[in-house]
Design a protein around this ligand. Structure first.
Ligand SMILES: [Zn+2]
Length: 211
């Protein structure tokens, strides 16, 4: 290789990047006009740097794409969780609004038919009334405890349960009904389960299903 070629080829990278001095640039350009070999070298350098840049670009695009993919996954996950939470709440609220509250009026054992009629009349208009006698209550409990029902053998003679009226009412009527009924003759006690919001109802349902 000619000495000039050696010098020029040392300068070619800098020349290709445009970072060498004006006099060096002139030297290179003058040489390239005459030397096919160095001209080819310059072409190679240019091609290589172009390829480098393209690879860098592809890498960058890949990174951006992966980043977007990850971001998309996170957004989808967050939206799914939000959707489930919203759906859960909607179901809770619908269930809450469809569930009537119950007031149960327990009756004294020596209640008269007249007193019963009076209580029934007071409850009528608030909602559907069901009556359960002492015997029905006892048998209901027998059914609930299943194979342990023998524990209640002999309770028929001395049944400790009370007959009761149960009325399904709107939540806002509970207090009113209680006040109206609790001092009537023949009433032993008034009980109700007050559920203040859908979450309480949800928890109450879980607890009741467990026991
Ligand atoms: Zn040369």
């Amino acid at each position: 290789m000619k000495k000039e070629c050696e010098i020029v080829q040392d300068l070619l990278f800098g020349y290709s990047d445009g970072v060498i001095s004006k006099s060096s640039t002139e030297l290179v350009e003058n040489h390239l006009k005459e030397c096919e070999n160095c001209k080819n070298k310059l072409e190679e350098i240019k091609k290589d740097s172009k390829k480098d840049n393209q690879e860098k670009e592809v890498d960058y695009l890949k990174k951006v794409k992966n980043k977007l993919k990850r971001r998309k996954k996170i957004i989808i996950t967050v939206l799914s969780i939000l959707f489930i939470i919203i759906l859960f709440n909607v179901v809770l609220f619908i269930n809450y609004n469809l569930t009537p509250s119950e007031v149960q009026v327990f009756l004294l054992d020596d209640i008269t038919e007249e007193q019963k009629a009076d209580i029934e009349n007071t409850l009528r208009g608030f909602g559907k009334i069901t009556y359960e006698s002492k015997e029905e209550t006892l048998n209901g409990i027998r059914e609930k405890i299943g194979k342990n029902a023998y524990l209640l053998n002999g309770w028929d003679k001395d049944n400790p349960f009370k007959a009761s009226y149960t009325v399904k009412v709107d939540r806002e009527d509970i207090e009113k009904i209680t006040l109206l009924v609790e001092n009537l003759d023949g009433v032993y006690s008034v009980e109700f389960m007050h559920i203040g919001n859908p979450y309480e109802l949800f928890i109450a349902n879980i607890l009741m299903n467990k026991s």
